[in-house]
Write a protein that binds this ligand. Sequence first.
Ligand code: ATP
Ligand code: MG
Length: 413
Amino acid sequence: MERIWSVLPQARLVGGCVRDFLCGRPVHDIDMASPLPPEEATPLLEAAGLKVVPTGLAHGTLTVVHESRPYELTTLRHDVETDGRHAVVAWTDDWREDAARRDFTINALSFDRAGKLHDEFGGVKDLAEGRVRFVGNAARRLEEDALRALRFFRFQARYGSGTPDGEAVAAIRAGVELTRRLSVERVASELLRLLTGPRLLPTLRLMEETTLLNVLLPQAQLVGLARLLDCGNMTEDEEAPSLLAVSSVQAQGRNEESEREERLGLLRLYALCPDEGLGARLKLSRLARHRLHVFAQNIPELSPDMTDDDLRRAAAGQELSLLEDRSWLLQAAELGRPDAGWEALRARIGAMTRPVFPLSGKDGLECGLQPGPALGQWLCRTRDWWLSEGCRPDAQACRQWLAQEIQRSESVR
Ligand code: ATP
Ligand code: MG
């Protein structure tokens, strides 16, 4: 950060990182803004040895990479024209204009290099009082971009406490039809992030009251999700690092964490709407659709008292994280409350390494088989035996078994 500031001293930290730092939450993505347009900022940053990737030039966004950490740097801008879905933006050098185009007061804060906090719209007070409030007139801001309705609930789930802002809720209710025109990709991404938030049920109930939940997910049933949450499927609240500590966080750790978040969002989405078709309707990734498919198929069987062999067999067929998520769904369906047995099963899954069948085609050839379908069949048979032995036999034992079986079948012929 200091490197970027040494080149662009007028740049500020903006948006979510400022908000999360102020309320003591972990800061992940660092967003900065500066009055310089991308074509002026780029050569300055590059001259200082920083790597610059033009990630969203139309919106004035560059990604600056420093010590393998990405920093998003955006040119100050204001919206000149919107159709409720896309904004046409123009550069500005006025920080207040840039803050005014942001959705909520708590997202319109910035920190300058000297450590001064700039709060144009009362975001600090709103954050302290747990109020999610639109910058400006709520109805107009929703007309500009209806996704903000969903974002309201995402931030409400995480930062809202006390009575939700009445103007916002009324405007969302009145403008709910606007959200039908949103691209499913944008809706899906906000929805999955909303579902990872704390205070989820009160927020979804409020969303239901405004009819937004029904418009976006007509099949949503809060009971299923409530049962999952009642099992103790909660987000862990991590300790709050300082901004300095954040700069040294490895990108790797961040990826793992965002994967975990995506998984949690998807699991809760399925608990809310147990419908495999949701994956295609929301245009989710192939991986996400696969997970929904496994949830819907109701396999493999899991139970707290299953043997280690059965658990290893299940893990040979599915990723461990899928087994873990399935255990939550099964516990929610069966019990709907915390349970030491299911917890212990998850601990066993967490401590496992996934068994991998140790043979490949090469081993078949070494045992004298010819390339072709018969080779595949022999390997399948060997794998079945390996599974029946609780996935314990190693490569040598599997090869031995295969050679023996080939010999036996030849002597029969
Ligand atoms: P998170 O930590 O959950 O990512 P965030 O505040 O960084 O929260 P983003 O969606 O990453 O949220 O957006 C970054 C910032 O961009 C926001 O803080 C807000 O100032 C602005 N922003 C994003 N989307 C919109 C929008 N649809 N309308 C207005 N401002 C927006
Ligand atoms: Mg962000």
